[in-house]
Design a protein around this ligand. Structure first.
Ligand code: TEU
Length: 571
């Protein structure tokens, strides 16, 4: 048993810190519920379903961007931070959403995208007007190289170059994402002041926190070096030179004034940086999303393949983050799914015969860990990947770019489509399945993107009516977390690292130990009972996804396919 620094536990134990004791429900409003028969979801749809979220047991919602936007990247391209996009509703709808959520005891976390804006934003339109426009320095403009090529060879995260030439002024602007998402220049103080003022404007309207989009990319290496062969340039802006200074400044200017939840989306980061981002003494952020556990099916780091996941790598990565963040006094945001990721049950479980059981198993594996859990809309139903067969089904700018790029690389079309079926962000963006009816009850009109087609079986109405559903299992896990402080504060320890089928770990503290054991395979398996836990007869079942649940006997725990249990032992 490894020793654990006591200091870290003191940080974890602060009961006044609601942010470390909360469960957040993520809403992608565009695909949540349309109340007016339109193709896309709206704020009225979110308001209508707040009781469904409160009943699940969550106490906060995170709304992906609903600001005015040309929707080239579904709202992550903001044209006006102070307006609601008409496709979602009005500022009055937003105010009503805040009021109704608060009345139900739900906090509201808004998505804040400040690494870049849409090229339709007034700042960018002014900036591109001339080299001496007062807004020129709001963005990153650089001269071409001597041969006219882009200032650096950095690649956009959505494929292709990260710079685009503006013919009129003869300079390139930087865009780490789409060409219509121009990176803000955080070196320029007026940018930072404008962003902080805008954030405070939202807090004045009653928002309870922010999810900060790709926030660890805002500080770029001002030397703008060329990326060595085989790299894409991310080493020159990920967790960049002034990132901690900027986040601390943001904290003092915005977050310090109130009890606000801040969660940073961290691209390609590491534990050391995330400890620093989230340790209370740093005065930066409350928690971070990291993505390394969602790359265990990227062989050699390549996302655009249809490879299976590596369970040992998954265990190692998640354990590294659990242990490293605990030891340093940092705090993880826990998640399997979001609007950028394939559905967990299709990716790490079984979306066929064992769909319900494996969805519950995945929930158990995650909700037993230290951190603040996030549930992405539809995850609580065990929603699956989209299963789209033709390119015409896809909507996502990244998927459409990659389709073209992979074909140009000579990958045969059937293979490209197979890759998109496994990897496309649209897997998470199909309409939320409310009923077994037309378009899953998402809209009375024609949805902007097709449903998965399995709404007859997978829908919220059926799940709420069935006490054995994935939905009610999530509810039990959330209640278990509230009733069991060791889930929040206990020291994490991986057991049986080499086991080829089982992801099992301990949570120790508060005079007891939890054993979380999850079979990630479609066949039965056996886990040796850890001898240091003593007599297995003392183990008490806290939750399991099968009835009757596995019981440790004869020095082992026999787990059925995709079975998961949480046991408590008094040591
Ligand atoms: O995503 C950041 C990000 O890097 C991704 O997860 C991205 O989708 C992936 O790397 C593509 O391969 C955030 C948002 O969550 C995403 O929806 C936005 O498109 C992106 O930022 C740009 O704002």
């Amino acid at each position: 048993m490894g020793e654990h620094p006591a200091a870290a536990l003191d940080v974890l134990r602060d009961p006044a810190d609601w942010k470390r004791n909360t469960v957040v429900y993520q809403i992608y409003p565009r695909s949540f519920l349309s109340t007016d028969g339109g193709p896309t979801g709206d704020l009225a749809g979110v308001i209508a379903k707040l009781p469904y979220i409160a009943q699940l047991g969550c106490d906060a919602i995170w709304l992906t961007p609903v600001y005015a936007s040309p929707q080239r990247d579904n709202g992550y391209d903001i044209a006006d931070y102070h307006a609601i996009d008409p496709s979602f509703g009005t500022m009055e709808d937003m105010q009503r959403l805040l009021d109704e959520a608060h009345a139900l005891g739900l906090k509201v976390i808004m998505d804040m995208v400040v690494n870049h804006t849409s090229t339709d934003h007034a700042w960018f339109r002014a900036s591109r007007e001339s080299r001496d426009n007062p807004y020129r320095d709001f963005y990153v403009w650089r001269d071409p190289q001597a041969d006219g090529s882009a200032p650096t060879n950095w690649e956009s995260k959505f494929g292709g170059p990260a710079w685009s030439l503006d013919q009129a002024t003869g300079q390139y602007y930087l865009h780490l994402f789409d060409v219509t998402q121009a990176d803000l220049n955080w070196e320029h103080e007026p940018v930072r002041e404008a962003v902080y003022a805008m954030m405070n404007w939202w807090f004045d309207r009653g928002v309870d926190g922010f999810r900060l989009d790709v926030i660890n990319l805002i500080s770029k290496d001002q030397a703008f070096p060329q990326a060595p062969p085989g790299t894409d340039g991310r080493q020159f802006y990920t967790d960049g030179p002034r990132i901690h200074e900027f986040l601390n400044e943001m904290h003092e200017a915005v977050f310090a004034a109130g009890d606000r939840l801040t969660v940073g989306e961290m691209s390609s980061t590491d534990v050391e940086h995330c400890v620093r981002y989230t340790h209370p003494d740093s005065r930066e952020l409350d928690m971070t999303f990291s993505f390394h556990h969602l790359k265990v099916d990227y062989p050699g780091g390549e996302k655009w393949t249809a490879a299976p996941f590596d369970l040992l790598a998954l265990k190692d990565v998640m354990s590294h983050w659990q242990t490293g963040m605990q030891a340093g006094g940092g705090w993880n945001a826990l998640f399997w799914c979001n609007h950028d990721q394939p559905r967990a049950v299709s990716r790490f479980g079984d979306d066929g015969v064992h769909r319900v059981r494996s969805a519950k198993m995945l929930a158990t594996a995650l909700h037993g860990m230290a951190g603040t859990p996030y549930i992405y809309q539809g995850e609580e139903l065990g929603m699956t990947n989209a299963g789209f067969t033709g390119i015409e089904d896809y909507r996502d700018v990244e998927s459409l770019n990659m389709y073209r790029i992979l074909l140009a690389r000579g990958v045969p079309e059937p293979e490209v489509l197979e890759i998109l079926r496994a990897r496309s962000r649209d897997n998470a963006r199909t309409p939320m399945q409310w009923t077994s009816g037309r378009h899953a009850g998402f809209t009375s009109g024609t949805p902007w993107i097709d449903t998965c087609g399995n709404e007859a079986e997978i829908n919220a109405e059926a799940a709420v009516a069935d006490p054995d559903s994935v939905y009610w299992y999530y509810n039990r896990l959330i209640r278990l977390r509230r009733e069991t402080p060791v889930i929040t504060t206990g020291v994490y320890e991986l057991i049986d690292r080499e086991h080829p089928d089982v992801f099992a770990y301990l949570r120790r503290g508060e005079g007891e130990t939890l054993v979380v054991a999850c079979n990630f395979r479609g066949h039965p398996t056996s886990l040796a009972w850890p001898s240091e836990l003593g007599d297995e007869g003392t183990a008490e079942l806290l939750i399991g996804n099968l009835d009757p649940a596995a019981k440790p006997e004869g020095g082992a725990l026999q787990l059925a396919p995709y079975e998961a249990v949480v046991l408590r032992v008094p040591v």
